[in-house]
Ligand binder design. Structure first.
Ligand SMILES: [Cu+2]
Length: 197
């Protein structure tokens, strides 16, 4: 019994000594390897703690970028662009690259429209653009600007698509309500418009 308690006591003291030793990282024990890796992992923990804080900042930054991307795709993209009128023609450039950009174009009714499709996408899917409401099906050669001209008479929303109806855009035709938009000087052979002067 005495021996047993002595053994228990020595084990306990050994344990205590080990505990202290591990705290002080004494490298004279047979547990040298374990203790070393232990202290190493502890120091790694300490070293990582600050980068973790930085990682938090980076994560916040990343989330901010994701938010910006979501905003770009969900809110910014459907934004329509108004064609600019130059010498009586409403003109706008539309990039064909994985879709149409801008995909929504606003024009006025009763005025000629010229849409300059610039196809950058080699995908055969986008080699043709169609305006079913205007009976237009136009081939778009790669890396070239292909103008498509027509005059939308009635206000409304007219879709345009690729040849397979996969990519879409829309032409929003607004009623040309204000007579200010009609400049007598730029109107040549439009009888109705010239009657305004
Ligand atoms: Cu297609």
């Amino acid at each position: 019994m005495m021996n047993k308690s002595a053994i228990v006591g020595s084990i306990a003291s050994l344990g205590l000594a080990l505990g202290i030793a591990s705290g002080q990282a004494v490298a004279q024990m047979p547990h040298e390897g374990i203790q070393h890796s232990e202290s190493e992992s502890t120091s790694q923990f300490e070293r990582i703690e600050q980068p973790l804080w930085l990682k938090g900042a980076v994560t916040v930054g990343g989330l901010g970028l994701i938010g910006l991307e979501l905003w770009w795709f969900l809110l910014s993209k459907p934004k329509s662009q108004k064609a600019k009128t130059d010498r009586g023609i409403q003109e706008i450039d539309i990039a064909v690259d994985g879709g149409y950009e801008p995909s929504r174009v606003v024009v006025n009714a009763g005025e000629p429209v010229r849409l300059n499709f610039y196809r950058k996408d080699p995908s055969s899917c986008l080699e043709e653009v169609r305006f079913p409401d205007f009976h237009i099906a136009q081939e778009l050669p790669l890396n070239k600007v292909t103008p498509i001209e027509f005059t939308p008479d009635k206000p409304g929303k007219y879709e345009f698509t690729c040849g397979m109806n996969m990519f879409r855009g829309a032409l929003e035709v607004q009623a040309a309500n204000s007579p200010i938009t009609v400049r007598a000087s730029s109107v040549d052979n439009n009888g109705k418009a010239s009657a305004h002067k």
